[in-house]
Ligand binder design. Structure first.
Ligand code: TYC
Length: 102
C-alpha cells in the first residue's frame, strides 16, 4: 500500500492483486458399454451442448478415449463431474468423468 496526494487529500492505494482462480477441465472417459445416445443426452443436459456439439464430443471420446466437456472453476467442475457420475450410476452405465487443472 502506498500513499498518493490527490486533490489535496491523501489516498491509500491498494496494490494487492487477487490471482484469477485456477480452472479445471471436465474430462469424459470412454468405455465399451455406455450407449452413445445416453452420452449425447448427458452432454446436452450437464454441459448445455447442442445435440450436434454433444455428438461431436461423444464421438471424439469414443475414438480417442477421452475428451474435454468444458473448463470451469473448481466448484463448478466438481459439480458437473458429480452430476455425470450420478446420472450414469442411476442408469447403471459405467460412464466415468474426471477433472484436471488446466
Ligand atoms: N464407446 C461407447 C460405445 O461404443 C460409447 C461411449 C462414448 C461411451 C463416449 C462413453 O464417454 C463415452 N457404446
Amino acid at each position: 500500500m502506498s500513499a498518493q496526494e490527490h486533490n489535496g487529500s491523501v489516498l491509500e492505494v491498494e496494490k494487492t492483486r487477487v490471482k484469477p482462480p485456477p480452472l479445471f477441465k471436465v474430462i469424459l472417459l470412454n468405455d465399451d458399454y455406455t450407449p452413445m445416445d445416453f452420452v449425447v443426452v448427458v452432454l446436452q443436459t450437464v454441459f448445455s451442448m447442442s445435440r450436434e456439439k454433444a455428438t461431436l464430443v461423444m464421438l471424439q471420446v469414443h475414438r480417442e478415449g477421452m475428451g474435454v466437456c468444458g473448463t470451469y472453476t473448481r466448484e463448478v467442475a466438481a459439480a458437473k463431474r458429480d452430476q455425470v457420475i450420478d446420472i450414469a450410476r442411476k442408469h447403471q452405465h459405467p460412464l466415468q468423468c474426471t477433472m484436471e487443472e488446466t
